[in-house]
Ligand binder design. Structure first.
Ligand code: 5GP
Length: 164
C-alpha cells in the first residue's frame, strides 16, 4: 500500500478524540452534527460522543454516475434536512474527507442559507479542496483507505437506488 494513506479503525478512534478536542478547545459548541452519508456517519458518531452532542442528522450526497457518464457536481438526495430541523442552530458538518471539496461546499452552502452558523470537520483534507474546513485532523494528497470501505462488501448488490 505504497502511496496510500491507511486509516485503521484504531487510528480512527484516536483521530475522533483529537478532532473533538480541537473543536472543544476552539470553543465551538454545535447544536447539531450533520453527517454526510456514508463516510461522514462514522465521523459524526465519533464526534457526537466525544463532544456530547446527541442531535445527529444525515444528509445523502452523491456524485451521480449515469450510464458511462459522471456529472461534474455532487447532488443532494432526499430526504434533505428541512429548515425547521436546522433553523437558527449552530451546525457542525462531519465528513470523511474533503478531496475536491465539492461535496462539502454543496452542504455548507445549503446550511449557510438555513442556520445560524456552520462549520466543517473532516478527518482528512487534500490541498486541492475548494473548501477549507475549520477542523481537519490530517492533511494528505494521497488516496486514503478508510477502514469501512477498504474491503469489498460481503455481498454484491445491483441496481440500488436511494429512497426518495
Ligand atoms: P469530494 O471530492 O467531493 O471532496 O469528495 C467526495 C467523496 O469522495 C468523499 O466524501 C469520499 O467518500 C470520496 N473520496 C474522495 N477522496 C477519497 C479518498 O482519497 N479515498 C476514499 N476512500 N474516498 C475518497
Amino acid at each position: 500500500d505504497e502511496g496510500r494513506e491507511n486509516l485503521t479503525y484504531e487510528l480512527f478512534g484516536t483521530a475522533m478524540r483529537e478532532l473533538a478536542q480541537a473543536i472543544a478547545d476552539d470553543g465551538y459548541e454545535p447544536d447539531i452534527i450533520l453527517s454526510i452519508a456514508r463516510g461522514g456517519l462514522f465521523v459524526a458518531g465519533g464526534l457526537g460522543y466525544a463532544l456530547d452532542v446527541k442531535n445527529l442528522h444525515v444528509m445523502n450526497v452523491e456524485f451521480y454516475t449515469g450510464v458511462g457518464e459522471t456529472l461534474d457536481m455532487p447532488v443532494m438526495l432526499p430526504p434533505v434536512p428541512n429548515a425547521v430541523d436546522l433553523g437558527r442552530k449552530k451546525v457542525l458538518v462531519a465528513d470523511d474527507v474533503a478531496d475536491t471539496g465539492k461535496t462539502l461546499k454543496l452542504v455548507h452552502d445549503f446550511c449557510a442559507e438555513h442556520v445560524a452558523e456552520v462549520r466543517s470537520a473532516v478527518v482528512y483534507e487534500k490541498s486541492q479542496s475548494l473548501v477549507k474546513c475549520e477542523y481537519v485532523w490530517k492533511r494528505t494528497d494521497e488516496w486514503i483507505n478508510f477502514p469501512w470501505s477498504v474491503q469489498p462488501p460481503v455481498v454484491k448488490r445491483a441496481g440500488q437506488v436511494l429512497d426518495a
